[in-house]
Design a protein around this ligand. Structure first.
Ligand code: HEC
Ligand code: HEC
Ligand code: HEC
Ligand code: HEC
Ligand code: HEC
Ligand code: HEC
Ligand code: HEC
Ligand code: HEC
Length: 463
């Protein structure tokens, strides 16, 4: 279990909450929303500066302050300054209208995992080694990242990829492109990566929210990673829908137990929560045997996959027999092998052969039709087949998965034959790829051949 710094916590509890007149809102007749609260009365011992932030911001942004007032932080005397104070030398330090008068007080709207780690060191430590925190690096890695190479442009990444994966605010400059952003691997000004608010949103910072599957579903959905849809197809998800209004979601970690507080697992239960003998972990790569997001499924690279499998079985056996759990997960292993051997490896061999013979151009990655076909085969249907088989979503395993894989395979082979007959791939023009700052030069230098794509009207690109 985690051990936040409990700075004289019991003494704090005596002072108790900001007398939350702030939340006494009167609903006038015929209105669906109560009137904005007008009064904030603070009756406990807060320093002048701490009070000022709350009082002024309660007028400026009442919604935000009501959130904070209802969360455990307000109850524990953790105020705005605890999270938003910046050192004058911080890259993101600045003033707000209420702090200008204090020479020695700077604030920042950016609050990073390192800021939270002052009081929650264990959570930060686990999170920082997880894939969630490392995804910016993974995403912008030149070798692994064909997505960047000629399919999209900066604005498309800013409104798409970066919202889930995180933007680069490391310079401390907050621009239209990089801010606001609360992506899971955001590159922060203090050298840390990621954001805790992907699961505990501001300013409630609730444990209940993080335990609910919809929270993870903000990012884990759609054609290439439909974990949320799979969950709601599963019996576990059905149970959640049928009875979670009677479950208890805010019990302390390690005391939140199957059969007592809930009767079916949510994403957090299987991937994070301290159930049975297991401890809560903020490293979501634990408990996984495979890397099923990859083109060719490989064993978990960050942990010992076989040992992690045992942890997952420990989760299942809080509610199921060992035979049930083991058989189910071994069936998943077989599905992984089926995908690797019968679908991925054969198409990969064909692609390698076409590149080797010089029939396809390696750069740009997405300039030939068959390259799109290959990409979708592993990234869309190939992932769906695997994820559905891991998490009890038969519609995703079969109709959106293996069935679609068969279909794509046939299409892929047709395209490969066409390439051989023509002596080159069928070129496609990629609109939007030539937009502003196509590839940030630091990440991915622009090769000279790229200019050719602008003239590409049905002709193959010459390397
Ligand atoms: C437990 C830490 C914590 C406390 C306490 C806290 N904040 Fe925040 N605040 C955050 C985080 C995290 C963000 C999101 C910033 C990010 O993405 O880096 C944020 C964002 C903000 C923003 C910018 C985002 C927006 O919606 O406009 C403002 C303004 C803000 N907080 C004001 C306040 C005020 C005023 C208080 C005191 C009532 C307060 N905060 C208390 C952590 C905190
Ligand atoms: C007198 C009113 C007032 C007081 C006192 C005040 N603020 Fe602000 N603060 C504002 C206003 C107004 C804004 C919005 C300014 C803007 O967007 O230009 C703001 C903006 C912010 C932001 C967002 C800054 C950004 O660049 O997005 C944060 C964070 C913040 N305040 C935190 C604090 C903290 C912490 C304190 C207490 C030390 C505090 N404020 C005291 C009025 C106040
Ligand atoms: C100054 C210390 C301090 C800072 C900084 C701080 N917290 Fe907390 N946090 C606490 C205390 C105290 C509690 C209540 C005691 C407990 O449950 O551990 C708490 C509780 C929590 C909880 C549990 C809430 C619940 O519903 O049970 C979450 C989640 C949380 N904090 C997240 C964060 C995040 C995210 C940040 C950074 C944005 C942060 N905290 C920054 C002190 C802090
Ligand atoms: C809706 C949120 C979302 C968007 C938008 C999104 N991704 Fe992802 N991405 C994810 C999730 C979730 C995963 C994890 C998939 C899994 O494990 O099943 C992922 C996985 C990845 C991976 C694989 C990482 C690994 O470990 O190998 C890369 C690379 C990636 N995304 C890049 C991108 C790029 C580039 C874009 C935009 C062109 C993008 N993503 C858009 C959510 C998103
Ligand atoms: C991927 C989602 C996710 C992210 C990201 C995340 N948390 Fe959590 N957090 C959870 C879940 C789920 C729980 C409840 C665990 C349980 O059920 O055992 C939790 C519990 C907590 C608690 C309560 C611990 C206690 O002992 O009361 C704290 C504090 C906390 N998280 C802080 C953080 C901090 C700080 C960060 C960023 C470094 C963070 N979380 C990032 C999902 C997340
Ligand atoms: C803000 C978006 C976002 C949210 C919210 C989110 N994730 Fe993720 N998650 C991602 C991305 C992006 C990746 C892929 C990271 C990579 O591999 O580069 C990922 C990867 C994962 C992985 C695979 C880890 C690995 O090592 O292969 C698991 C498991 C996971 N997330 C579980 C969760 C759970 C459970 C929750 C909710 C409690 C959650 N995520 C919430 C974006 C998110
Ligand atoms: C009943 C437990 C259970 C639930 C509930 C569950 N998962 Fe999973 N999840 C698994 C298992 C088992 C695997 C495969 C583990 C392995 O590799 O051996 C998995 C795999 C994953 C992966 C793939 C990691 C990779 O790239 O290989 C992601 C991402 C993920 N889950 C996210 C989620 C999200 C998000 C939710 C909720 C919407 C969720 N899971 C609900 C058990 C669960
Ligand atoms: C908190 C309790 C709980 C946990 C933990 C749990 N399950 Fe379940 N599971 C249930 C319940 C309840 C059902 C529905 C019972 C029924 O239909 O007989 C169910 C149903 C299932 C089914 C039947 C699905 C179908 O449609 O045929 C499978 C398979 C299954 N669980 C596998 C697992 C695996 C594997 C794990 C661990 C990764 C796991 N469960 C973890 C409670 C749990």
């Amino acid at each position: 279990m985690s051990c936040p710094v409990r700075f004289n916590y019991s003494a704090i509890m005596v002072v108790f909450i900001v007398s939350v007149k702030l939340m006494t809102c009167e609903a006038s007749e015929g209105e669906s929303f109560p009137e904005t609260p007008k009064e904030l009365e603070i009756q406990r011992g807060l320093k002048k500066r701490e009070r000022e932030c709350i009082e002024c911001h309660a007028k400026e942004e009442p919604g935000k302050i009501r959130d904070w007032a209802q969360g455990l932080h307000a109850r524990s005397n953790v105020t705005c300054i605890d999270c938003h104070k910046a050192e004058a030398t911080d890259k993101d330090a600045r003033d707000c209208p209420g702090t200008e008068k204090y020479r020695d007080l700077k604030i920042s709207p950016v609050v990073t995992p390192l800021d939270c780690s002052r009081c929650h060191p264990a959570e930060e430590e686990q999170f920082s080694v997880s894939k969630h925190a490392r995804t910016w690096t993974i995403m912008t890695d030149e070798i692994k990242d064909p997505w960047m190479k000629g399919m999209n442009n900066e604005i498309e990444r800013a409104v798409g990829c970066n919202i889930c994966h995180g933007s680069d605010i490391s310079s401390g400059e907050l621009t239209v492109e990089n801010w606001p952003n609360e992506g899971c691997g955001r590159k922060n000004p203090d050298g840390s990566f990621g954001s805790c608010v992907i699961c505990h949103t501001t300013h409630l910072f609730s444990i209940e929210e993080a335990r609910k599957p919809e929270t993870c579903g903000q990012c884990h959905l759609g054609p290439d990673h439909p974990q949320e849809e799979i969950y709601f197809e599963s019996k576990h998800g059905k149970r959640y829908l049928a009875e979670s209004d009677r479950w208890d979601f805010d019990t302390a970690p390690d005391a939140w137990e199957p059969g007592v507080n809930f009767s079916a697992p949510t994403c957090a239960v299987c991937h994070m929560s301290g159930v049975g003998p297991l401890s809560t972990s903020h490293d979501i790569g634990e408990r996984l045997k495979w890397e099923a997001q990859a083109p060719l499924t490989i064993m978990n690279k960050d942990h010992d996959g076989d040992k992690e499998r045992e942890k997952m079985i420990t989760v299942c056996t809080q509610c199921h027999s060992p035979r049930w759990a083991k058989n189910y997960l071994e069936r998943y292993d077989d599905a992984v092998e089926n995908y690797n051997e019968n679908y991925f490896k054969p198409v990969k061999d064909v692609m390698d052969d076409l590149y080797e013979k010089g029939l396809l151009t390696k750069w740009p990655v997405f300039d030939e039709e068959i390259e799109w076909s290959f990409y979708e085969l592993w990234h869309h249907e190939g992932r769906r087949a695997r994820m559905g088989s891991a998490m009890m979503g038969p519609d995703y395993s079969w109709w959106h998965g293996f069935y679609e894989l068969k279909h794509s395979y046939q299409h892929f082979i047709k395209l490969a034959e066409e390439v051989k007959e023509q002596g080159h791939g069928s070129p496609v023009y990629v609109p939007g790829a030539g937009g502003k700052n196509l590839t940030p030069s630091k990440i991915n230098p622009l090769p000279a051949e790229w200019d050719n794509i602008k003239n590409l009207k049905g002709k193959p690109i010459k390397q």
